[in-house]
Ligand binder design. Sequence first.
Ligand code: GTR
Length: 410
Amino acid sequence: CHQVTLYAQAPEPNYDETKIPPYTLPDPLVTQSGKRITTARQWESQRPVLLKQFATQVYGVTPERRLAARYEVKSVDSSALGGTAIRKQISIIWTEYPNLPSLDILLFVPKSVKKPPVFVGFNYMGNHSISTEPGIALSTRWLPNRPDGKVINNRATEAARGVQQSRWPLELIISKGYSVATAYYGDLEPDHPEGWKTGIRSVLGPPTAQKSDDWQAIGVWAWGMSRMLDYLETDGLVDARRAIALGHSRQGKAALWAGAQDTRFAAVIANESGEGGAALSKRVFGETILRLNTSFPHWFCPQYQTYNNRPEALPFDQHQLLALIAPRPLYVASAQGDQWADPKGEFMSARQTDPVYKLYGKKGIGTNDWPPVHTPVGETVRYHIRAGEHDVKRYDWEQFLDFADRQVKK
Ligand code: GTR
């Protein structure tokens, strides 16, 4: 079929630094009309222009219409995680559309802290996958099958509890005085090309309009992070003004887009977000726009496909998405075993935001030298590369928590 042909035509992924075609990155402090930006205020008047570019060229336009929602608290357990945390399950119910799946939030709050900051991020395999606590509802939604049989016929089995708990070191997070709000990203749109038919896009900006800037799945997930934040603003247990958007890989892309659009997020963490996330598109290394759009035709807006095989034609690059987080704290993390995501391109992109943070008197990455593994660099913008594969590990969380202590907790 069409997709397979496209993929077969894609050049072999490049992993050779010497084979990266020369490219020029747009200066984040120069406007499209060539004016130099020298103040934070000028930068802020430039922000909407850039946001619009990312909407029309990459992620699609987020619909403005608000979906009416009702919050239903499903359970509260004040002796979770060995008595250290309150565990709450809340469903966001889309009241105008009773057939739409609810967005089911799982919230852990440390008992030792009043109104703690909160990490907000989607999980990949259902709320039950992040912990083995039996009180967590087993997701009944479509899930990708697992070779170990823990998800069969696209449904979770009891054996799927805790399958991704290593990505969510809850005891560590709680002991450091942070809360966590997560939900299964498939509640909003199951992650496959037909997923939109049972998700938010079936009622909000459906792709049937066939517009080049239609929003797609990454846009939906980013939108969903803001809807979680809407709820958290109503929950007195946490401090929603210190909400940290966090995402790994495709959810790292979504977290960046959420943080760029929704300045209520106090900080953003993008773990191994790669192409279409933190990595520079014009730097041809690992995954490319063509590969991304071929494997995941439902993630980005149709217009993005016009840059397949010609990233040089993009009027901007992903460092400008990162700059849209300024002056808020931003963490970009890579893994050595995840060359597909172009760790060096993620670093260079983060580094490129320094002049924008400087307008606010903030220090960003502060060095051109890509650091060795396990050597985080930067202040308000921080970066590390970890040894090991594409994943979220305890090491990553340790760095995120230290960063949050310095930049968000205060
Ligand atoms: C890969 C994709 C990456 C990244 C990753 C993930 O297959 O090529 O862009 O999103 O999946 O989400 O784990």
